[in-house]
Design a protein. Structure first.
Length: 407
């Protein structure tokens, strides 16, 4: 079998395309396959599919293909151009590559698979021997392709969360499907427009299919959901873990304030106790047991605030909505009678948001279980952080969007 016949078969080229010749460069470890088409061929317009005559050829172009053994393999051809009566002069569709691509479709599929497995562009580039910009371009094209192909599915349960990136307080809004864990979109900042622009992409039927949206108590997310989702005010579920985070922040405020006021042994008890107090009772490492017992022996506001925080965690473990409502009422009365002001502020916040907090019993949702939460953190860690929003969005959708990425 001749080399041209070999590459004709392994490339899967069909009429009117054929391999004209094959050049081997041992010094550069490179194989170049020259591809031509037969004359007098009617071509289809890439836009409308109408049969059109050949107009001319574009300049010679080269595409990177899968390696032949250890040799880099390139395809080289002059793309034909057609003259469509409706769309004018345009490039004919090539069977081995998408428009504007520098890789063949088989090579692009391979790059996507390696990127998915490595979850790191630099590592993938070393394995495939391509440039960083080339890999990033493949990722960009894959995400655009996947988002274009994504069907208008009816997502019933949405999770909305904010993620910090770059330096300073710079955030993005991540919207996920809580049933599949797939990230639906990533938008810039965490203002009203951040979530509103996602809702505007949805059809009326998709908006009406939303049954609940889990989120934190950020007013921007609340307003956007109320404005765009039919009956949105009654579909908001405040994430239980964000509520406990608010309780932990109130607890730390109590500890820091009390630490500044104390002296002597009492002050030593609270010194460096921040991390210890954040642990839940059942998850606290054994190394803290002795120190925690000492804290409980002192009559400190911090110990009382910790008890309030721990008891609040039982709110989501009640047997029914009515039991939960009564539990929250009694807990709020207890905390309100105390003189611990950060915890009293927490009570006032919960009273304002009580419907969204207790809606957990109608829709037991939380954003903590999203596939994106852990993977996004891993993506940022592997990349040593992101300074560019578009790069971060592209990476999150590529790895966490469950998109159809292949050409």
């Amino acid at each position: 079998m001749q080399d041209t016949q070999l590459y004709q078969q392994i490339l899967g080229l069909k009429e009117p395309w054929l391999v004209d010749r094959v050049e081997l460069n041992l010094d550069q470890h490179q194989v170049t396959v020259f591809v031509e088409h037969r004359p007098d061929v009617a071509w289809q317009c890439p836009h409308c599919g109408q049969a059109c005559p050949l107009y001319d050829h574009g300049p010679s172009r080269t595409w990177r293909h899968l390696d032949t053994c250890q040799f880099r393999t390139l395809l080289q051809a002059r793309p034909p151009r057609v003259n469509c009566p409706e769309h004018g002069v345009c490039n004919a569709t090539l069977p081995w590559a998408e428009p504007g691509a520098r890789f063949t479709m088989l090579m692009e599929r391979f790059v996507i698979d390696v990127l998915q497995e490595c979850q790191n562009i630099t590592a993938a580039c070393r394995l495939i021997d391509i440039g960083w910009d080339q890999a990033a371009h493949v990722m960009q094209r894959a995400v655009e392709r996947g988002m274009h192909r994504r069907e208008q599915t009816m997502v019933k349960y949405l999770g909305v969360d904010e993620k910090r990136y770059g330096r300073g307080h710079v955030y993005v809004t991540v919207v996920s499907d809580l049933e599949t864990g797939a990230v639906q979109d990533v938008t810039e900042h965490h203002v009203i427009e951040s979530l509103a622009c996602y809702y505007r992409q949805l059809s009326q039927a998709q908006l009406e299919s939303i049954q609940a949206v889990a989120m934190d108590m950020h007013q921007s997310y609340i307003t956007a959901t109320q404005d765009h989702v039919p009956g949105g005010e009654h579909k908001i579920v405040f994430d239980r873990f964000h509520v406990i985070r608010q309780a932990n922040q109130a607890l730390e405020s109590v500890r820091a304030s009390e630490y500044r006021q104390l002296c002597g042994d009492d002050k030593d008890v609270l010194r460096g106790a921040k991390q210890m107090l954040l642990w839940g009772r059942e998850n606290r490492p054994a190394k803290y047991d002795e120190r925690f017992a000492e804290l409980r022996r002192h009559t400190l506001r911090t110990a009382r605030a910790w008890s309030m925080k721990e008891l609040l965690r039982q709110l989501w473990l009640q047997p029914s909505l009515n039991h939960a409502r009564e539990f929250l009422r009694r807990w709020s009365r207890w905390v309100s009678r105390s003189k611990i002001h950060p915890m009293k502020r927490l009570v006032r916040m919960l009273r304002r948001r009580i419907d969204g907090v207790l809606r957990y019993y109608e829709h037991p949702l939380t954003t903590a279980g999203c596939e994106g939460n852990s993977r996004i953190a891993a993506i940022q860690h592997c990349a040593a952080g992101y300074r560019n929003f578009q790069r971060l969005r592209q990476a999150i959708l590529f790895y966490c969007g469950q998109l159809d990425l292949h050409p």
